[in-house]
Design a protein around this ligand. Sequence first.
Ligand SMILES: C[S@@+](CC[C@H](N)C(=O)[O-])C[C@H]1O[C@@H](n2cnc3c(N)ncnc32)[C@H](O)[C@@H]1O
Length: 345
Amino acid sequence: MLDRIRAEVTAAGGWISFARYMELALHAPGMGYYARGARQFGAEGDFVTAPELGALFGRTLARQLHELPGPILELGAGSGALAEALLQELDREYWILETSSPLRERQAQRLGSRVRFLERLPERFRGVIVANEVVDAMPVHAVAWRANGVMERGVTRDLKWEERPATGEVLKEAKAIDVPVPYESELGLAARGWMRTLGAQLEQGVILVIDYGFPRHEYYHPQRSMGTLMCHTRHRAHGDPFLHPGQQDITAHVDFSALAGAAREAGLDLIGYATQAQFLVNCGITEVLAQANLDNALHYAPIAAEAQQLLSPAEMGELFKVLAVGRGVNTPLLGFSRGERSHTL
Ligand SMILES: C[S@@+](CC[C@H](N)C(=O)[O-])C[C@H]1O[C@@H](n2cnc3c(N)ncnc32)[C@H](O)[C@@H]1O
């Protein structure tokens, strides 16, 4: 992985953007963190996602998906845990688009003939698209607002940060953000491009993006002056993206205002925006919990603990958000029936 990165930096004249570095470190075929077949998820891995905690998240989300017609297309399905939980609740066509070939194999083994794997986005799609913790793995540009102007933070051959004056789209986008200098943060240009593509190809239906992040005014808050880059290895989080490239997860929080803006540019409607806790409560997580075996505390305790992790403001409840955008959807969605916060985007 190091040789691969160094060769590319040398070929590029000694500097590559952080976005390119992140793309290689996470997704380079056979070597990147997601592409090399490591065990990323769960107790044995580096981090736990909502579907990895148990089936409660999927069973609750299924209540929302039940209301929306058409096939379900899951993007970035990880270990296949969410697909498995949803398929237990819903009798529906289920498609997966996964960029990592080892993960695709793992999903196929777990889910068998119940899912269809897509190589690329369908040119016209009618149905529901779900992406849980996928956008945080998309490459981000690293930007520094300095007294002498906007700089782009890139990567040298010996894996060190180096700043150069920002140009092009990075400069244009960064200049539109009002922050006190000095200030460092990220720009999710790849995520916006992804949303525009999805938007162009969605003929009718809903895109649900679930991830950790903020609306713009919180993302570029004066107190968040070191940005949101975070790395995960063995359930430890730290801020050094150059440690063991390919061996650790690198993520950035999601700027939900930017994603909603990109969706609008693609002609989609903003349908809803809520915290994960509010969304799951609206979908009826308490009813799903009540179906658990209350007579046996040994069965109930783990499910109650799962609910606590999904809902608690100290865990995933507040930091994680659910954004719904779509086309041709005329009925309100269950998950946004109370406490909807689109006005903050
Ligand atoms: C953090 S994992 C989340 C996995 C799963 N959704 C979950 O919640 O457990 C990110 C997943 O997205 C995949 N991925 C990353 N970028 C993608 C993209 N542009 N399109 C589709 N999948 C992508 C990764 O290979 C991985 O499966």
